[in-house]
Design a binder for this molecule. Structure first.
Ligand code: DAH
Length: 341
């Protein structure tokens, strides 16, 4: 290798690149000159064998050529692309409104889809959508909901307690948003609050440390169980797209009195199936009339106002709707699962 040889290669390569009219041929040229076993790599590998005095000058000359050819190839490639684009445009075969090939569109998570649907339903009934933080005070999560520190109801909500300026928890349910709504909004009020909740669970197919609930709270004058039942039936009609019979069983939750478990007629069968475990009823949501202590804790006078509340398990509802048999799939992030929705 000598300076004349390098100049000759430059001239030849420039001519070939300029004459190249095909992207694949350009790639071949790039490989031939700049590839791992290309002309220039061969020269550079030979430099240590040259007399020391010639090495710097020739090394620099080869590197300069490498840079020049690299730039020429990039420019030629862009020019070829532009030519192809203009050719297609002129022929009318290029549709700029088509999505680029190979780009996959994402979609909303099934939980988000259902949440939005249920939100729309309640908004159509005059509810507003409220939000609360996932890190809550012990007061909002428990005490204001009529669950004092030594209350056994705390045992059923295995809690992640946090170190903080005061007693803080990862909220174990969306019910603390009831307190936030009561203290911020003046009754009459209708609020729903969807969101993530956390429990220190041993996980299995029906238990997960993180899941989703949707809280509902209505406070007005003379609110009764009849109002509660009507709202729940409207909700079920919206979700299952047909009238669904419901029944109430007594249920204990410190923040409601009376408290109920609301069951719905199994929407999937007429004579028993695996979803309803052959009972024809599915346990759908706990609910009740707001306990006076909760109203008081939220600064609302229980002699003047009354209300109902409910806690819908959004994760459970998604599972019911799509026949998902393991709650851990919901937040597992496995695309093979998520792409089915
Ligand atoms: N927060 C309760 C839980 O997660 C569920 C619940 C029960 C919510 C009754 C309510 C209610 O609003 O009235 O276990």
């Amino acid at each position: 290798m000598n300076p004349a040889e390098i100049d000759e290669a430059r001239a030849q390569a420039q001519a070939l690149i300029a004459a190249c009219s095909e992207p694949n041929a350009l790639k071949d040229l790039e490989r031939r000159y700049l590839g791992k076993s290309g002309v220039l790599a061969g020269w550079l590998a030979g430099i240590p064998a040259l007399p020391p005095a010639e090495r710097p000058q020739l090394g620099q000359a080869v590197n300069r050529l490498k840079r020049e050819l690299g730039e020429l190839i990039v420019a030629r490639s862009a020019a070829l692309e532009k030519e192809a684009f203009e050719r297609d445009a002129a022929a009318g075969t290029f549709d700029p409104t088509l999505p680029p090939p190979g780009v996959e569109r994402g979609h909303l998570h099934p939980l988000t889809q259902l949440t939005r649907e249920v939100e729309d339903l309640f908004v159509s009934m005059g509810y507003q959508v409220a939000d609360g933080p996932e890190i809550e005070t012990d007061w909002n999560n428990f005490e204001a909901l009529n669950i004092p520190p030594d209350h056994p109801a705390r045992d059923s909500q295995d809690t992640f307690y946090l170190d903080g300026p005061g007693p803080l928890v990862l909220r174990t349910h969306t019910s603390p948003v009831q307190i936030r709504a009561l203290t911020r909004l003046a009754p009459p009020l209708r609020v729903i609050a969807p969101g993530k909740v956390f429990r220190h669970e041993a996980t299995d197919a029906s238990h997960e440390h993180t899941f989703h609930q949707l809280e509902g709270l209505v406070v007005d004058k003379h609110v009764s169980v009849a109002h509660l039942i009507h709202s729940m039936k409207t909700l079920l009609r919206g979700i299952f797209r047909k009238d669904v019979e419901v029944r109430l069983r007594p249920g204990f939750f410190p923040f409601v009195e009376p408290g109920f478990e609301l069951d719905a007629r199994c929407p999937f069968c007429t004579s028993g199936c695996s979803v309803c475990k052959q009972t024809r009823w599915i346990e759908l949501l706990p609910c009740g009339l707001v306990h006076p202590n909760v109203l008081k804790a939220g600064g609302v006078d229980p002699d003047e106002w009354s209300g109902f509340a409910f806690g819908l398990g959004l994760s459970r509802l998604v599972m019911l709707r799509y026949g998902i048999n393991d709650v851990r799939l919901l937040l597992g992030g496995d695309l093979r699962f998520l792409e089915q929705f």
